[in-house]
Design a protein around this ligand. Structure first.
Ligand code: ZN
Length: 434
Protein backbone atom coordinates (compact mmCIF):
# COMPACT_ATOMS: atom_id res chain seq x y z
CA UNK A 1 0.00 0.00 0.00
CA UNK A 2 1.68 3.16 -1.22
CA UNK A 3 0.32 6.61 -1.61
CA UNK A 4 1.56 9.79 -3.23
CA UNK A 5 2.78 12.45 -0.85
CA UNK A 6 4.34 15.70 -2.04
CA UNK A 7 5.47 14.04 -5.26
CA UNK A 8 7.05 11.13 -3.36
CA UNK A 9 5.63 7.67 -2.83
CA UNK A 10 5.64 6.68 0.81
CA UNK A 11 4.19 3.62 2.47
CA UNK A 12 0.69 4.13 3.77
CA UNK A 13 0.92 3.00 7.36
CA UNK A 14 -2.60 4.09 8.33
CA UNK A 15 -3.87 0.49 8.45
CA UNK A 16 -0.92 -0.56 10.62
CA UNK A 17 -1.45 2.39 12.97
CA UNK A 18 -5.15 1.63 13.42
CA UNK A 19 -4.46 -2.05 14.12
CA UNK A 20 -1.79 -1.06 16.65
CA UNK A 21 -4.31 0.97 18.65
CA UNK A 22 -6.76 -1.95 18.62
CA UNK A 23 -3.98 -4.36 19.69
CA UNK A 24 -3.03 -2.12 22.60
CA UNK A 25 -6.69 -1.91 23.67
CA UNK A 26 -7.02 -5.71 23.78
CA UNK A 27 -4.79 -7.49 26.31
CA UNK A 28 -7.10 -10.54 26.55
CA UNK A 29 -9.62 -12.36 24.28
CA UNK A 30 -12.43 -10.76 26.31
CA UNK A 31 -11.04 -7.31 25.60
CA UNK A 32 -10.50 -8.17 21.92
CA UNK A 33 -14.19 -9.05 21.62
CA UNK A 34 -15.12 -5.92 23.56
CA UNK A 35 -12.99 -3.81 21.19
CA UNK A 36 -14.60 -5.46 18.14
CA UNK A 37 -18.06 -4.99 19.67
CA UNK A 38 -17.46 -1.26 20.20
CA UNK A 39 -16.27 -0.82 16.60
CA UNK A 40 -19.26 -2.78 15.25
CA UNK A 41 -21.75 -0.83 17.35
CA UNK A 42 -20.23 2.46 16.18
CA UNK A 43 -20.79 1.27 12.58
CA UNK A 44 -24.49 0.54 13.20
CA UNK A 45 -24.30 -3.19 13.97
CA UNK A 46 -26.79 -4.41 16.58
CA UNK A 47 -25.83 -6.98 19.21
CA UNK A 48 -28.31 -9.83 19.54
CA UNK A 49 -29.17 -10.92 23.05
CA UNK A 50 -28.80 -14.65 23.70
CA UNK A 51 -32.53 -15.33 23.18
CA UNK A 52 -33.02 -12.99 20.19
CA UNK A 53 -33.36 -14.30 16.63
CA UNK A 54 -31.43 -12.65 13.77
CA UNK A 55 -33.38 -10.21 11.63
CA UNK A 56 -32.83 -10.25 7.87
CA UNK A 57 -31.80 -7.98 6.29
CA UNK A 58 -29.62 -6.49 9.00
CA UNK A 59 -26.16 -5.83 10.44
CA UNK A 60 -25.85 -7.84 13.61
CA UNK A 61 -23.52 -9.77 15.88
CA UNK A 62 -23.49 -12.20 18.77
CA UNK A 63 -20.76 -12.64 21.34
CA UNK A 64 -19.94 -15.02 24.10
CA UNK A 65 -16.85 -14.59 26.29
CA UNK A 66 -13.85 -14.33 23.97
CA UNK A 67 -15.80 -15.19 20.80
CA UNK A 68 -17.90 -13.14 18.39
CA UNK A 69 -19.76 -13.65 15.10
CA UNK A 70 -20.88 -10.63 13.04
CA UNK A 71 -22.61 -10.48 9.65
CA UNK A 72 -24.26 -8.24 7.10
CA UNK A 73 -27.40 -9.59 5.40
CA UNK A 74 -28.41 -7.27 2.56
CA UNK A 75 -31.62 -6.81 0.55
CA UNK A 76 -30.17 -8.91 -2.29
CA UNK A 77 -29.53 -12.01 -0.15
CA UNK A 78 -31.81 -15.02 0.23
CA UNK A 79 -31.73 -18.30 2.16
CA UNK A 80 -29.65 -20.07 -0.51
CA UNK A 81 -27.05 -17.27 -0.71
CA UNK A 82 -23.55 -18.42 0.22
CA UNK A 83 -21.43 -16.80 2.90
CA UNK A 84 -17.92 -15.35 2.80
CA UNK A 85 -16.37 -15.80 6.24
CA UNK A 86 -13.16 -14.42 7.73
CA UNK A 87 -12.44 -16.51 10.85
CA UNK A 88 -9.60 -15.78 13.29
CA UNK A 89 -8.70 -16.65 16.86
CA UNK A 90 -8.83 -14.09 19.64
CA UNK A 91 -6.50 -15.84 22.10
CA UNK A 92 -2.71 -15.69 22.39
CA UNK A 93 -0.30 -17.74 24.51
CA UNK A 94 0.24 -16.06 27.87
CA UNK A 95 0.39 -16.54 31.66
CA UNK A 96 -2.89 -16.99 33.52
CA UNK A 97 -3.50 -16.45 37.22
CA UNK A 98 -4.20 -19.60 39.20
CA UNK A 99 -7.42 -19.90 41.28
CA UNK A 100 -5.48 -19.72 44.55
CA UNK A 101 -2.52 -17.67 43.37
CA UNK A 102 -1.12 -16.13 46.56
CA UNK A 103 2.32 -17.46 47.38
CA UNK A 104 5.33 -16.17 49.25
CA UNK A 105 8.98 -17.15 49.22
CA UNK A 106 10.94 -15.51 52.01
CA UNK A 107 9.98 -11.86 51.94
CA UNK A 108 8.71 -11.99 48.36
CA UNK A 109 5.02 -11.77 47.51
CA UNK A 110 4.33 -13.83 44.41
CA UNK A 111 1.39 -14.85 42.20
CA UNK A 112 0.98 -18.38 40.89
CA UNK A 113 0.51 -18.52 37.12
CA UNK A 114 -0.26 -21.26 34.62
CA UNK A 115 1.11 -21.20 31.09
CA UNK A 116 -1.70 -20.87 28.50
CA UNK A 117 -0.85 -22.38 25.11
CA UNK A 118 2.67 -22.91 23.82
CA UNK A 119 4.21 -19.61 24.93
CA UNK A 120 7.90 -18.85 24.35
CA UNK A 121 8.55 -18.77 28.08
CA UNK A 122 11.82 -16.81 27.92
CA UNK A 123 9.99 -13.88 26.30
CA UNK A 124 8.10 -13.24 29.55
CA UNK A 125 11.26 -12.70 31.61
CA UNK A 126 12.44 -9.28 32.79
CA UNK A 127 9.41 -7.53 31.34
CA UNK A 128 6.92 -5.22 33.03
CA UNK A 129 3.60 -7.04 33.14
CA UNK A 130 0.08 -5.74 33.76
CA UNK A 131 -3.03 -7.72 34.68
CA UNK A 132 -6.27 -8.03 32.72
CA UNK A 133 -9.23 -10.34 32.25
CA UNK A 134 -12.73 -10.79 33.58
CA UNK A 135 -13.98 -11.08 37.15
CA UNK A 136 -17.33 -12.45 38.29
CA UNK A 137 -18.71 -10.65 41.34
CA UNK A 138 -21.75 -11.06 43.56
CA UNK A 139 -24.56 -8.72 42.53
CA UNK A 140 -27.38 -9.09 45.07
CA UNK A 141 -28.58 -12.67 44.62
CA UNK A 142 -27.17 -12.81 41.09
CA UNK A 143 -23.69 -12.46 39.57
CA UNK A 144 -22.17 -9.83 37.31
CA UNK A 145 -19.12 -10.07 35.05
CA UNK A 146 -16.65 -7.18 34.94
CA UNK A 147 -13.83 -6.64 32.48
CA UNK A 148 -10.64 -5.58 34.22
CA UNK A 149 -7.50 -4.03 32.77
CA UNK A 150 -4.70 -2.76 34.96
CA UNK A 151 -1.86 -1.31 32.90
CA UNK A 152 0.36 -0.53 35.87
CA UNK A 153 3.66 -2.46 35.86
CA UNK A 154 2.66 -4.88 38.61
CA UNK A 155 4.38 -8.16 37.87
CA UNK A 156 7.92 -9.14 36.92
CA UNK A 157 9.59 -12.51 36.33
CA UNK A 158 13.29 -11.89 36.95
CA UNK A 159 15.74 -14.18 35.19
CA UNK A 160 18.42 -15.89 37.26
CA UNK A 161 21.74 -14.00 37.01
CA UNK A 162 24.22 -15.67 34.68
CA UNK A 163 26.71 -16.04 37.56
CA UNK A 164 24.24 -18.34 39.34
CA UNK A 165 23.43 -20.44 36.28
CA UNK A 166 26.51 -22.44 35.30
CA UNK A 167 24.51 -24.57 32.83
CA UNK A 168 23.23 -21.72 30.69
CA UNK A 169 26.39 -21.49 28.51
CA UNK A 170 26.23 -25.17 27.60
CA UNK A 171 22.55 -26.03 27.70
CA UNK A 172 20.93 -22.65 27.02
CA UNK A 173 18.15 -21.34 29.22
CA UNK A 174 15.96 -24.09 30.67
CA UNK A 175 12.76 -22.91 32.35
CA UNK A 176 10.47 -25.04 34.48
CA UNK A 177 6.97 -23.50 34.18
CA UNK A 178 6.03 -24.39 37.77
CA UNK A 179 9.22 -23.22 39.51
CA UNK A 180 10.81 -20.51 37.35
CA UNK A 181 7.90 -18.44 36.06
CA UNK A 182 6.29 -17.27 39.31
CA UNK A 183 6.09 -13.45 39.07
CA UNK A 184 7.03 -11.24 41.99
CA UNK A 185 4.71 -8.36 42.79
CA UNK A 186 5.68 -7.08 46.21
CA UNK A 187 7.58 -7.35 49.46
CA UNK A 188 5.06 -6.33 52.07
CA UNK A 189 4.07 -9.51 53.95
CA UNK A 190 0.71 -7.92 54.86
CA UNK A 191 -0.18 -7.11 51.22
CA UNK A 192 -0.43 -9.01 48.00
CA UNK A 193 -3.64 -10.96 48.47
CA UNK A 194 -5.05 -11.30 44.95
CA UNK A 195 -8.74 -11.35 45.76
CA UNK A 196 -8.29 -8.16 47.81
CA UNK A 197 -6.43 -6.55 44.92
CA UNK A 198 -9.33 -7.32 42.55
CA UNK A 199 -11.87 -6.09 45.11
CA UNK A 200 -10.06 -2.77 45.40
CA UNK A 201 -9.83 -2.44 41.63
CA UNK A 202 -13.59 -3.03 41.30
CA UNK A 203 -14.56 -1.11 44.45
CA UNK A 204 -16.38 -4.11 45.93
CA UNK A 205 -15.95 -6.22 49.09
CA UNK A 206 -13.38 -9.01 48.80
CA UNK A 207 -16.13 -11.52 49.73
CA UNK A 208 -18.04 -10.45 46.62
CA UNK A 209 -15.20 -11.38 44.26
CA UNK A 210 -16.36 -14.89 43.33
CA UNK A 211 -14.02 -15.98 40.52
CA UNK A 212 -11.81 -14.74 37.68
CA UNK A 213 -10.20 -15.42 34.32
CA UNK A 214 -7.19 -13.14 34.79
CA UNK A 215 -3.94 -13.08 32.87
CA UNK A 216 -0.67 -11.16 32.60
CA UNK A 217 0.10 -8.97 29.60
CA UNK A 218 3.30 -7.29 28.44
CA UNK A 219 3.05 -3.52 28.75
CA UNK A 220 5.26 -2.44 25.85
CA UNK A 221 2.85 -0.84 23.37
CA UNK A 222 2.76 -1.75 19.69
CA UNK A 223 5.31 0.22 17.66
CA UNK A 224 6.54 0.88 14.14
CA UNK A 225 10.23 -0.02 14.24
CA UNK A 226 13.27 -0.57 12.04
CA UNK A 227 14.66 1.59 9.28
CA UNK A 228 11.80 3.43 7.55
CA UNK A 229 9.38 1.95 10.12
CA UNK A 230 9.23 -1.24 8.06
CA UNK A 231 8.37 -3.44 11.07
CA UNK A 232 5.34 -3.61 13.30
CA UNK A 233 6.20 -5.00 16.74
CA UNK A 234 3.55 -5.87 19.30
CA UNK A 235 2.23 -8.46 21.67
CA UNK A 236 -0.57 -10.70 20.34
CA UNK A 237 0.14 -10.16 16.63
CA UNK A 238 -0.80 -13.89 16.52
CA UNK A 239 -3.65 -13.47 16.16
CA UNK A 240 -5.29 -10.17 16.95
CA UNK A 241 -3.72 -8.71 13.81
CA UNK A 242 -5.94 -11.05 11.78
CA UNK A 243 -8.96 -10.43 14.04
CA UNK A 244 -8.88 -6.67 13.56
CA UNK A 245 -8.10 -6.77 9.83
CA UNK A 246 -11.08 -9.14 9.46
CA UNK A 247 -13.14 -6.66 11.49
CA UNK A 248 -12.15 -3.75 9.25
CA UNK A 249 -12.86 -5.82 6.13
CA UNK A 250 -16.39 -6.49 7.40
CA UNK A 251 -16.86 -2.83 8.37
CA UNK A 252 -15.88 -1.85 4.81
CA UNK A 253 -18.89 -3.84 3.58
CA UNK A 254 -21.31 -2.75 6.30
CA UNK A 255 -23.61 -0.86 3.93
CA UNK A 256 -22.89 -2.64 0.63
CA UNK A 257 -22.22 -6.32 1.28
CA UNK A 258 -21.74 -7.78 -2.20
CA UNK A 259 -23.42 -10.91 -3.64
CA UNK A 260 -22.60 -13.21 -0.68
CA UNK A 261 -23.25 -12.67 3.04
CA UNK A 262 -20.02 -11.39 4.66
CA UNK A 263 -19.31 -12.84 8.11
CA UNK A 264 -16.60 -12.22 10.69
CA UNK A 265 -15.96 -14.94 13.24
CA UNK A 266 -13.60 -14.62 16.20
CA UNK A 267 -13.02 -17.85 18.12
CA UNK A 268 -11.31 -18.29 21.48
CA UNK A 269 -9.05 -21.17 22.59
CA UNK A 270 -7.21 -21.92 19.31
CA UNK A 271 -3.92 -22.00 21.17
CA UNK A 272 -5.15 -24.89 23.33
CA UNK A 273 -6.94 -26.97 20.70
CA UNK A 274 -10.23 -25.07 20.07
CA UNK A 275 -12.40 -27.55 22.00
CA UNK A 276 -14.60 -25.28 24.14
CA UNK A 277 -17.98 -23.56 24.01
CA UNK A 278 -16.34 -20.55 22.32
CA UNK A 279 -13.66 -22.34 20.27
CA UNK A 280 -13.67 -23.31 16.60
CA UNK A 281 -14.84 -26.83 17.48
CA UNK A 282 -18.04 -25.35 18.94
CA UNK A 283 -21.23 -24.98 16.85
CA UNK A 284 -21.11 -21.18 17.27
CA UNK A 285 -20.55 -20.36 13.58
CA UNK A 286 -22.67 -23.19 12.17
CA UNK A 287 -25.42 -22.19 14.62
CA UNK A 288 -25.40 -18.61 13.34
CA UNK A 289 -25.52 -19.80 9.72
CA UNK A 290 -28.53 -22.02 10.48
CA UNK A 291 -30.28 -19.17 12.26
CA UNK A 292 -29.60 -16.79 9.35
CA UNK A 293 -31.07 -19.40 7.02
CA UNK A 294 -34.22 -19.52 9.19
CA UNK A 295 -34.40 -15.72 9.36
CA UNK A 296 -34.34 -15.65 5.56
CA UNK A 297 -37.22 -18.17 5.44
CA UNK A 298 -35.08 -21.03 4.17
CA UNK A 299 -35.29 -24.79 4.57
CA UNK A 300 -32.67 -27.54 4.78
CA UNK A 301 -32.13 -27.59 1.00
CA UNK A 302 -31.50 -23.83 0.97
CA UNK A 303 -28.92 -24.32 3.71
CA UNK A 304 -27.26 -27.03 1.63
CA UNK A 305 -27.19 -24.78 -1.46
CA UNK A 306 -25.81 -21.94 0.66
CA UNK A 307 -22.94 -24.16 1.84
CA UNK A 308 -22.07 -25.16 -1.73
CA UNK A 309 -21.69 -21.46 -2.52
CA UNK A 310 -19.65 -20.60 0.61
CA UNK A 311 -16.02 -19.94 1.40
CA UNK A 312 -14.16 -19.45 4.68
CA UNK A 313 -10.80 -17.75 5.09
CA UNK A 314 -9.00 -18.84 8.23
CA UNK A 315 -6.85 -15.76 8.95
CA UNK A 316 -3.82 -16.48 11.12
CA UNK A 317 -0.16 -15.51 11.31
CA UNK A 318 2.41 -17.18 9.08
CA UNK A 319 6.13 -17.71 9.69
CA UNK A 320 8.44 -15.36 7.85
CA UNK A 321 11.82 -16.85 6.91
CA UNK A 322 14.03 -16.08 9.91
CA UNK A 323 17.32 -14.44 8.84
CA UNK A 324 19.26 -16.21 11.60
CA UNK A 325 17.71 -19.64 11.05
CA UNK A 326 17.30 -20.05 7.28
CA UNK A 327 17.75 -23.81 7.68
CA UNK A 328 14.38 -24.04 9.46
CA UNK A 329 12.51 -23.00 6.33
CA UNK A 330 11.62 -24.58 3.01
CA UNK A 331 14.24 -23.09 0.66
CA UNK A 332 11.89 -22.79 -2.30
CA UNK A 333 9.18 -21.01 -0.28
CA UNK A 334 11.00 -18.08 1.33
CA UNK A 335 8.58 -15.73 3.10
CA UNK A 336 9.39 -12.05 3.59
CA UNK A 337 7.83 -9.17 5.51
CA UNK A 338 6.00 -6.51 3.47
CA UNK A 339 5.71 -8.86 0.53
CA UNK A 340 1.99 -9.41 0.95
CA UNK A 341 -0.29 -11.96 2.61
CA UNK A 342 0.85 -15.57 2.86
CA UNK A 343 -1.25 -18.43 1.57
CA UNK A 344 -0.49 -21.56 3.65
CA UNK A 345 -0.43 -25.10 2.32
CA UNK A 346 0.00 -28.46 4.03
CA UNK A 347 -0.58 -31.77 2.27
CA UNK A 348 -1.52 -33.38 5.60
CA UNK A 349 -4.35 -30.87 6.20
CA UNK A 350 -2.74 -28.95 9.05
CA UNK A 351 -3.75 -26.03 6.83
CA UNK A 352 -7.02 -26.35 4.92
CA UNK A 353 -6.07 -24.56 1.69
CA UNK A 354 -6.73 -26.61 -1.45
CA UNK A 355 -6.27 -25.67 -5.10
CA UNK A 356 -9.74 -24.17 -5.42
CA UNK A 357 -9.41 -22.07 -2.29
CA UNK A 358 -5.91 -21.01 -3.35
CA UNK A 359 -7.29 -19.85 -6.69
CA UNK A 360 -10.03 -17.81 -4.97
CA UNK A 361 -7.48 -16.12 -2.72
CA UNK A 362 -5.10 -15.48 -5.62
CA UNK A 363 -7.88 -13.69 -7.47
CA UNK A 364 -8.85 -11.70 -4.35
CA UNK A 365 -5.22 -10.51 -4.01
CA UNK A 366 -5.14 -9.66 -7.73
CA UNK A 367 -8.30 -7.55 -7.41
CA UNK A 368 -6.84 -5.89 -4.29
CA UNK A 369 -3.54 -5.10 -6.03
CA UNK A 370 -1.73 -6.96 -3.23
CA UNK A 371 1.29 -9.19 -3.73
CA UNK A 372 0.99 -12.73 -2.33
CA UNK A 373 3.35 -15.40 -1.02
CA UNK A 374 3.01 -19.17 -0.60
CA UNK A 375 4.15 -21.00 2.52
CA UNK A 376 4.81 -24.66 3.02
CA UNK A 377 6.73 -26.15 5.93
CA UNK A 378 9.96 -28.06 5.47
CA UNK A 379 9.03 -31.73 4.92
CA UNK A 380 11.24 -32.77 7.85
CA UNK A 381 9.62 -30.42 10.41
CA UNK A 382 6.25 -30.80 12.10
CA UNK A 383 3.73 -28.20 10.92
CA UNK A 384 1.61 -25.94 13.12
CA UNK A 385 -2.10 -25.65 12.48
CA UNK A 386 -5.00 -23.21 12.60
CA UNK A 387 -8.77 -23.22 12.99
CA UNK A 388 -8.96 -23.78 9.19
CA UNK A 389 -9.16 -27.60 9.08
CA UNK A 390 -11.62 -27.70 12.04
CA UNK A 391 -13.87 -25.14 10.40
CA UNK A 392 -13.76 -27.01 7.09
CA UNK A 393 -14.81 -30.22 8.86
CA UNK A 394 -17.53 -28.52 10.92
CA UNK A 395 -19.13 -26.60 8.04
CA UNK A 396 -18.33 -28.80 5.03
CA UNK A 397 -17.23 -25.74 3.06
CA UNK A 398 -14.02 -24.77 1.26
CA UNK A 399 -11.49 -23.13 3.60
CA UNK A 400 -8.39 -21.06 2.82
CA UNK A 401 -5.56 -20.61 5.34
CA UNK A 402 -3.78 -17.26 4.95
CA UNK A 403 -2.28 -14.49 7.06
CA UNK A 404 0.44 -11.90 7.53
CA UNK A 405 4.07 -13.01 7.80
CA UNK A 406 5.73 -12.60 11.18
CA UNK A 407 8.76 -13.57 13.25
CA UNK A 408 8.81 -14.83 16.84
CA UNK A 409 5.32 -16.35 16.80
CA UNK A 410 4.14 -17.00 20.41
CA UNK A 411 6.66 -14.59 21.91
CA UNK A 412 5.35 -11.95 24.31
CA UNK A 413 6.56 -9.50 21.64
CA UNK A 414 6.27 -10.46 17.97
CA UNK A 415 7.44 -8.80 14.76
CA UNK A 416 5.47 -8.35 11.54
CA UNK A 417 5.79 -6.04 8.53
CA UNK A 418 4.14 -2.61 8.71
CA UNK A 419 2.88 -2.69 5.09
CA UNK A 420 1.38 -6.18 5.21
CA UNK A 421 -1.71 -5.21 7.25
CA UNK A 422 -2.75 -2.87 4.41
CA UNK A 423 -2.24 -5.59 1.82
CA UNK A 424 -4.08 -8.22 3.85
CA UNK A 425 -6.98 -5.90 4.65
CA UNK A 426 -7.41 -5.15 0.94
CA UNK A 427 -7.36 -8.88 0.10
CA UNK A 428 -9.80 -9.78 2.90
CA UNK A 429 -12.20 -7.04 1.79
CA UNK A 430 -12.11 -8.34 -1.79
CA UNK A 431 -12.68 -11.89 -0.57
CA UNK A 432 -15.68 -10.92 1.61
CA UNK A 433 -17.10 -8.90 -1.29
CA UNK A 434 -16.65 -11.75 -3.82
ZN1 ZN B 1 -2.39 -18.22 15.61
Amino acid sequence: MWRQYGGMEIPDLSVARRVMSLLDASPTPFHAVQTASQELTAAGFVELEADQAPIAPGRQYVRQGGALVAWVVGERHNAATGVRVVAAHSDSPNLRIKPQPDTAAGSWRQLGVEVYGSALLNSWLDRDLGLAGRVVIRDGDRTATRLVRDNRPLLRIPQLAIHLDSEIRNSGLVLNPQRHLVPIWGLDPEAGEFRGYLAELLSVDADDVLSWDMMAHALTPAALTGLDQCFLTSSRIDNLLSCFLGLDALLALATDPGPRIPVLCLFDHEEVGSVSSTGAASPMLSGVLKRLNAALGGDLEDLHRSRLDSLVLSADGSHATHPNYPDRHEPNHQIGLNRGPVLKFNANQRYATDAQGAAAFTLACERAGAPMQKFVNRSDLACGSTIGPLTAAELQVAVIDAGCAQLAMHSASETAGSHDPGYFLAALTELLAG
